[in-house]
Design a protein around this ligand. Structure first.
Ligand SMILES: Cc1cc2nc3c(=O)[nH]c(=O)nc-3n(C[C@H](O)[C@H](O)[C@H](O)COP(=O)(O)O)c2cc1C
Length: 211
């Protein structure tokens, strides 16, 4: 008889061992564990204005950084080419501008104005809770890059977006003239770091709101 050979506590431990093996098999079979949850799909729009190519190089690096996050889908476009569909389907929008007279360029300002004139974001606040970030290039070391990024972030805040920094305190930036012509590797690394951070924060926010 079974009870004659195996005690009740022993039966219980055999039972729990069986249960653990079963759970392990089910876990492996489903292909998912907590550690390797499927990557959250995030759509990042990187958009910019550039005449002589500096801001465009930074934009490409921001896009590369964002794309380095598994599950991130990145759209890289000039501000004048962005459609309503591009804007509203994005989970995050990163905007880059050259510094013109210590501020964002007219094309970038027109892009923001068009959020209302062309795309009608207000009064519903259609950009609400999307992640936003900024980058800038300027000819001189201290002649408006931070103001440019802050005015971009201000337009996003006015639209109830969630703004993040990365690369530098207000976003990624590069000095492009004088002793520091063009975009150097450190500036490119800052731009990539910004793109990556935007994608990561957006994925975390989306995962949190899905719960
Ligand atoms: C109209 C105009 C105004 C500018 N004003 C500034 C300025 O106030 N501060 C600055 O650092 N650079 C200024 N610049 C230099 C540009 O910001 C710089 O060359 C920038 O990297 C150009 O970007 P892009 O190559 O993407 O066009 C100005 C350039 C132009 C054409």
């Amino acid at each position: 008889m079974l009870s004659a050979h195996i005690s009740i506590p022993r039966l219980r431990s055999v039972g729990s061992l069986f249960l653990w093996v079963l759970l392990l098999i089910l876990g492996i079979g489903s292909g998912e564990t907590f550690a390797d949850e499927p990557a959250q799909l995030v759509k990042v729009l990187v958009t910019y204005h550039s005449l002589s190519g500096n801001t465009e190089r930074m934009a490409e690096a921001v896009a590369e950084g964002a794309r380095s996050l598994p599950g991130a889908e990145v759209l890289l476009k000039r501000v004048g080419q962005v459609t309503a569909e591009d804007l509203f389907s994005a989970d995050a929008v990163v905007v880059g501008s050259p510094v013109y007279w210590s501020n964002m360029s007219g094309e970038v300002k027109t892009f923001f104005d068009n959020w209302q004139f062309k795309f009608g974001v207000f009064p519903e606040f259609k950009m609400k809770n999307k992640v936003g970030a900024a980058f800038a290039t300027g000819g001189q070391l201290s002649s408006g890059k931070e103001v440019t990024m802050l005015t971009i972030l201000a337009a996003m805040l006015g639209n109830q977006m969630i703004v993040v920094s990365g690369g530098g305190a207000f976003g990624a930036s590069a000095t492009t003239e004088g002793d520091s012509p063009g975009i150097d590797n450190r500036e490119l690394a800052d731009a990539k770091a910004l793109g990556r951070r935007v994608a990561e924060i957006t994925a975390q926010f989306k995962a949190g709101s899905a719960r």
